[in-house]
Design a protein. Structure first.
Length: 431
């Protein structure tokens, strides 16, 4: 078609005569030949429109907590009071002559009890007479093996529960120390003393105490025991639970095991979700705001999980493992957790980023404590305590005759009672 139109245009503009059916006759004035169909320049075909890739939105579960977890179940290690000012001065001592890893527990107006690794429960009267402090023994009771964790006093103040490496829970009269009952939550049958099975049922985990006087204890799993010692339910694990369980406002429980399991259980012991670490988790889970539970493990990680479904929110890697437990700043925004690499890490609860870290001479195996001013008291594996401010600057140190493997108890606003690994119990005060 295009060639024919071109030929017609040339013919009309150059010919002298037009040829038709009749005789030849002059051509009319040349006129412009307009093709019937306009000719356009060749164009590439249009590119089809490709829709953008869809955006995949993962809707995170909504945190329904209406209040922060209770301090007793969250294990935030916030003191709720100010630490005494420096310098600290030694006031009195008392020797138990056995390793002590338990925080003293108050059972009377001036009476405190501690457990030691000879299986003894020792009641001590701590009093101030004529401007002088004294520590005197009141009564002594005995379990069948080492006591690792602090005893707990019943809500009515009449009885005392103690866990022991003899696989039993022991109940004593809080006033006299008389034995009242024994409970065996789990039964293990080792073939010989060196069999790892021999340690699975040890009652060395710290208790979680309920308002009704019941307990949650560890060992070869988690056991819920009522105030009379009756086992209400059990959730066994493949290895051992050494840390305490955490309890949130909805009654859900969170547990870490030496097998690297991180579990969430319902109030009656049913499994909600389960996560895994690549190493043993010798720590107590800590509950933070926004439905977050944080666990330290020997695989060199500190991991924040969603309490709703166990989803990992963030994970911090360090040169060594995280044990014991952590502490929260007064505003709940910063987590403090010691590491086997001798550093105390200050970490953002929101995203796990390290804000600062402070190195001590010894490993850090037990949780730090945080006072109302935001100061952090650190208990490294050395003969010294460190007090840091919220920015990680050293505020002071307190030299000890031996390593402290437990937290102190408050005698009053200025005076603390602290047991040491050698069995010595120190009484010191500050400003």
């Amino acid at each position: 078609m295009r060639s024919h139109l071109l030929y017609l245009a040339l013919f009309c503009s150059t010919c002298t005569y037009c040829k038709g059916n009749g005789a030849a006759k002059p051509c009319p004035e040349p006129v412009a030949c307009v093709p019937a169909v306009p000719v356009k320049d060749a164009q590439n075909p249009p590119t089809p429109e490709v829709p953008p890739p869809p955006t995949i939105v993962v809707k995170e579960p909504v945190c329904a907590w209406t209040a922060p977890p209770p301090e007793t179940g969250a294990h935030t290690h916030r003191l709720g009071r100010a630490l005494p000012g420096f310098p600290w001065q030694l006031q009195a001592t008392f020797g138990l002559r056995a390793r002590v890893t338990t925080t003293p527990v108050k059972v009377g107006a001036d009476r405190w009890v501690v457990g030691d690794h000879k299986g003894r429960i020792q009641a001590l009267d701590v009093a101030r007479r004529q401007e002088r402090w004294t520590i005197r023994p009141a009564w002594q009771a005995k379990t069948g093996d080492a006591v690792w964790s602090a005893p707990v006093l019943s809500p009515d103040g009449k009885t005392l529960w103690v866990g022991s490496d003899d696989d039993q829970l022991h109940q004593f009269d809080a006033v006299t120390g008389a034995g009242l009952a024994k409970v065996t939550p789990f039964v293990c049958t080792p073939k010989k003393k060196t069999d790892p099975e021999a340690a699975r049922c040890d009652q060395d985990a710290a208790f979680l105490v309920f308002p009704d006087g019941g307990l949650l204890t560890g060992g070869a799993g988690i056991s819920r025991v009522d105030a009379s010692g009756k086992v209400l339910w059990q959730h066994p694990v493949t290895t051992h639970v050494r840390g305490s369980a955490a309890l949130d406002v909805d009654g859900h429980l969170y547990v870490a095991t030496l097998g690297g399991e991180v579990l969430s259980l319902t109030a009656d012991g049913k499994l909600r979700w389960q996560a895994h670490a690549r190493g043993q988790c010798d720590s107590t889970p800590l509950l933070a705001g926004g439905c977050t539970v944080i666990v330290g493990c020997d695989d060199r990680t500190l991991t924040a999980f969603s309490t709703i479904d166990g989803r990992v929110k963030w994970r911090l890697y360090a040169p060594e493992g995280f044990r014991g437990g952590g502490a929260l700043s007064p505003d709940g925004a910063t987590l403090y957790w010691g590491n086997l690499d001798r550093y105390l890490y200050a970490v953002s609860v929101e995203n796990g980023k390290v804000q600062w870290r402070y190195r001590t001479a010894g490993r850090q195996l037990i949780p730090p404590l945080v006072d109302t001013a935001g100061r952090v008291l650190v208990f490294p594996e050395e003969k010294r305590l460190y007090l840091l401010d919220a920015a990680g600057t050293l505020a002071g140190t307190f030299v000890l005759p031996a390593i402290a493997e437990a937290h102190p108890a408050w005698i009053d606003e200025r005076t603390l009672l602290l047991p040491l690994e050698t069995g010595e119990v120190l009484l010191f005060s500050g400003k």
